[in-house]
Design a protein around this ligand. Structure first.
Ligand SMILES: O=C(O)C(=O)C[C@]1(C(=O)O)C=C[C@@H](O)C=C1
Length: 537
């Protein structure tokens, strides 16, 4: 590993401040142009009619331009550099230039928080630096300027990996202990340097007020800035530095290749795919398989691993009760979510034609009911909770088949795929939302969710008054579910999911007001909302 110094990297961060400030000033001269950030299907008719390749693109006009820019830059091997991270890594072509041998500074990793950076930019930065008007003559210029800001922010924030490596090298013993203890909060506290953060914020404010001042207004005694310098400084304090620190923690937890992520095994299970989705391929060496959800919560609770990846909701059958219960009983927080979508297959351990039992995940019942009635009407159908369970149980029994996924079949060594003549095309899919639980909280990104449970008072209308609090504060509630109260049979609490982060003013206010309508509120944390369901292979 190449020896690196923190001071050198701090200087690099100082230089990147200029790039970010100038890019923001550049973007500020154009209208907000909200239409260019909406998905193609939801945007204005004039934009939808853009011709050429855009006509078959699903995402926003900005996504179109950014992904196109990245594809072009990838040819130039931009994303082979360790300090570059693409927003659309899955779309990149192979470089046409020969690979460069970069010095090995970082451990191989695929930490990429660009989705969060995009949300912070669109929700928290753009509204403050632009005026909310639409000017279709500047759609292209505005989107080009967005690309420059996003690339600069992404580079700065992911630079946290280098900073973390320098810190690790400077204080190897201290960090080794924290890492081996999976102490994410301890790592965060150790790498945080408030004196430096204040210095950064002040310097950024000074630079922004120097570079961004309208020279003509200087002499008039009534100076005007293209972008409010204090605002840029606040953006650094509230978003840029916190996200840089999250990257540092993520990097350090992978640094020693020790177990830091629990998943419900074995390798190949849906939980394993979700762990790869969230932590990236390189983090596999940090994964540890556990036998059950209970073991996963115990592992994270006792710092055996820093995080656990566990199924939370099936698109068809709803909340996974076991996970919800364990969450209620633990003091863990949800730090992230990820959605796994996979096609169903039918598999078995031996190549026989006999079928006496069928293990059918509840979420596949609707899609497979007819096929099963037609082909195996005499077989016993056992409805199970997941594709993993279906595979495991089919392995234990002669003449059993499982409705499962490719990975889950391989994981449980069901080697024979059953082809059916009545197969629907395309095959139905399973879509499961996983949560990542841990002890620390995620910082706000502008597009977050908050989960909590509340016990309302035993009074007429108390639930209604509690819910009114969310309405009064403009908080969107996306889930309300009654759940048995822990330790009090036949008493009920409410599980609530909200749009927003508990650090957002309106949620803070709502939670404060909620106290007078409830006897208890348990906060399960705020985490970045994942919008897109992607089919993962
Ligand atoms: O300079 C450091 O020590 C860093 O870790 C970088 C940084 C930043 O993002 O600027 C992040 C965390 C520290 O609290 C101070 C500054």
């Amino acid at each position: 590993m190449t020896r690196v110094l923190l001071d050198d990297y701090r200087n690099d961060l100082i230089r990147q401040e200029e790039t970010i400030i100038f890019a923001l000033i550049e973007r500020a001269q154009f209208a907000r142009n909200a239409a260019i950030y909406r998905k193609r299907s939801e945007t204005t008719p004039s934009l939808r009619e853009f011709k050429g390749k855009y006509s078959s693109f699903q995402g926003s006009f900005l996504d179109f331009l950014l992904s196109g820019t990245e594809k072009l830059h990838a040819l130039n091997r931009r994303y082979t550099a360790p300090d570059e991270n693409a927003f659309f890594p899955h779309l990149l072509p192979e470089p046409i230039l020969q690979p460069v041998n970069y010095p090995t500074v970082l451990i191989p990793n695929s930490i990429n928080i660009n989705e969060q950076i995009m949300n912070v930019y669109l929700q928290k930065i753009l509204p403050h630096v632009t005026v909310d008007v639409d000017d279709s003559t500047t759609y292209g210029s505005a989107a080009n300027a967005d690309v420059a800001v996003l690339q600069a922010l992404s580079k700065r924030i992911h630079f946290g990996k280098f900073i973390a490596e320098a810190k690790f090298q400077a204080e190897t013993e201290k960090y080794t202990q924290l890492i081996r203890n999976n102490d994410a909060a301890g790592i965060m506290a150790t790498l945080t340097n408030m004196v430096v953060e204040e210095k950064v914020a002040k310097r950024v404010c000074l630079k922004a007020s120097t570079y961004g001042q309208d020279i003509d207004t200087q002499a008039s005694g009534n100076p005007h800035w293209k972008v409010d310098p204090q605002l840029i400084s606040d953006l650094y304090l509230n978003y840029v530095m916190p996200l840089t620190k999250e990257v540092q923690v993520a990097y350090l937890l992978q640094r020693l290749h020790h177990p830091s992520v629990s998943f419900v095994g074995p390798v190949g299970s849906l939980s394993y795919s979700a762990a790869i989705n969230h932590f990236g391929d390189f983090a596999k060496r940090n994964f540890e398989a556990v036998a059950s959800t209970a073991d996963l919560f115990t592992n994270v609770g006792s710092n055996k691993t820093a995080y656990g990846v566990v199924a939370f909701e099936d698109a068809l059958t709803g909340i996974v009760k076991d996970t919800q219960l364990r969450l209620l009983q633990s003091h863990l927080k949800i730090i992230a979510e990820t959605v796994v979508v996979k096609p169903f297959i039918i598999a078995r351990k031996e190549s026989s034609k006999e079928v006496s039992s069928i293990y059918l995940p509840a979420s596949a019942e609707a899609s497979f009911g007819n096929v099963i009635d037609r082909l195996w009407s005499t077989a016993k159908v056992i409805v199970v909770g997941s594709v993993d369970e279906a595979s495991r149980r089919a392995l234990e029994e002669e003449n059993a088949i499982a409705i499962t996924t490719d990975d889950a079949a391989t994981a449980f060594e069901l080697k024979h795929i059953v082809e059916t003549p009545s197969w629907t095309k395309p095959p139905p899919t399973t879509s499961v939302r996983f949560i990542i639980v841990g002890k620390a909280c995620s910082s706000p990104t502008g597009k977050d969710k908050t989960c909590l449970s509340m016990s309302v008072k035993h009074e007429v209308g108390s639930l209604l008054s509690a819910l009114q609090v969310f309405k009064d504060n403009g908080v969107n509630m996306t889930r309300l579910e009654s759940i048995p109260r822990q330790g009090n049979p036949w008493d009920y609490d409410f599980f609530v999911e909200l749009d927003g982060h508990h650090d957002d003013d309106k949620i803070k206010k709502a939670l404060d007001q909620l106290k007078s309508h409830t006897t208890n509120v348990q906060d399960f944390g705020s985490f970045p909302a994942v919008e897109h369901e992607q089919e993962t292979n």
